[in-house]
Design a protein around this ligand. Structure first.
Ligand code: GTP
Ligand code: ZN
Length: 315
């Protein structure tokens, strides 16, 4: 039989079969990705074939080719990677403008990484209830949404606390499998609990009143969204802030900033890095406010990292 991996606990996998049954499974065979050493050969979102020889534990015997997958380095020092999820329709970055402030550099790095993986990204701005009485904050909120929407990223403004915007968010999730990501404290767990009543993921407000040493798992898990007219699911990645840093090739960085890439076609030199070259259409667009200064700053910071990588590697 076939099914979808909905949870990965390290030693075993939970597979939801086509008949809707959840089966605990182990792996049979070698499914390592070629060229990358991964800690988990099978990932949440994988479509798998399962055999059930003794009626209790299932064995994953085959994985269908992945449409896409997102990996994260297991640690900075190790060469091992962890597959966070496979077969995604989109990724959703939950951010807050205040309490805490998600930096534009973080947002732009996340978006660039999503571009590199060719997975569409949606930005969810949470905690808008905190901004309502503050005109300056509202202005900043509107400017931020306008900026990212004009580049082509959908922006959904929500309050997990009051429920404002949740219907619009559900619309954006309909019929899709969406990976949720976000810095600690932005309200990702609260939001997921709102979307899936009864789930009760641990949130900061719960864990602080209970056992503070509570262990939060770092494994991804897929949940079906209830009351949707098409199958829709989200993948929670606890403890995962971004996707980790991809090692961008410096010539490729601009490919992952859609507006910079587009404008870069008009630069005098085809290999323009948009840093110092004469006749650079990108720098001109930044000066004219057609490209945002914060986006350009994020581009430069990723470019700088890729130069450092180059230096470290010694070529
Ligand atoms: N005012 C307000 N507070 C919120 C909102 N959403 C979440 N919070 C609060 O923000 C805090 C963090 O929420 P969590 O859901 O635990 O945040 P998280 O992103 O899951 O953080 P981690 O569990 O650390 O990954 C909690 O105290 C929530 O009650 C919101 O829309 N408005
Ligand atoms: Zn240029």
């Amino acid at each position: 039989m076939t099914g979808t991996v909905i949870k990965n606990t390290g030693s075993s996998y939970l597979v939801r079969t086509e008949s809707g049954e959840d089966l605990n499974c182990k792996i049979k065979g070698n499914f390592r990705l070629k060229g990358i050493r991964t800690t988990n050969p099978v990932a949440v979102g994988d479509h798998v074939t399962v055999s059930l020889p003794d009626g209790d534990t299932g064995y994953i015997t085959a994985i269908a080719p992945r449409r896409n997958y997102i990996i994260r380095k297991a640690s900075n020092l190790s060469k091992q990677a962890h597959i966070l999820a496979a077969n995604l329709d989109q990724v959703c970055l939950v951010v807050t403008l205040f309490h805490p402030t998600t930096s534009t550099t973080f947002i732009d790095r996340f978006l660039a990484t999503a571009e590199a993986y060719r997975v569409p990204a949606v930005i969810v701005i949470n905690k808008i209830d905190l901004l309502e009485d503050d005109p300056d904050a509202m202005e900043y909120l509107n400017a931020a949404s306008y900026l990212y929407e004009s580049i082509g990223y959908p922006v959904v403004k929500v309050s997990a606390k009051t429920g404002e915007g949740l219907e619009t968010l559900r619309e954006n999730l309909r019929g899709k499998t969406t990976l949720f990501s976000g810095n600690s404290g932005v309200g990702k767990s609260t939001l997921i609990n709102d979307l899936i009543p009864g789930l009760q993921l641990a949130t900061a407000s719960i864990s602080s009143t209970h056992d503070t040493g509570m262990h939060t798992t770092t494994f991804s898990e897929m949940f079906d969204l209830p009351d949707m007219d098409e199958p829709s699911a989200i993948i929670d990645t606890p403890g995962v802030k971004g996707f980790g840093t991809l090692e961008f090739d410096r010539h490729e960085v601009s490919h992952f900033f859609p507006e910079i890439f587009k404008t870069g076609a008009e630069c005098r030199y085809s290999d323009c890095t948009h840093t110092h070259e004469p006749g650079c259409a990108v720098r001109e667009a930044v000066d004219d406010h057609r490209i945002s200064e914060s986006r350009y700053a994020s581009y430069l910071s990723i470019l700088e990292d890729s130069e450092e990588d180059k230096y470290r590697k010694g070529y």
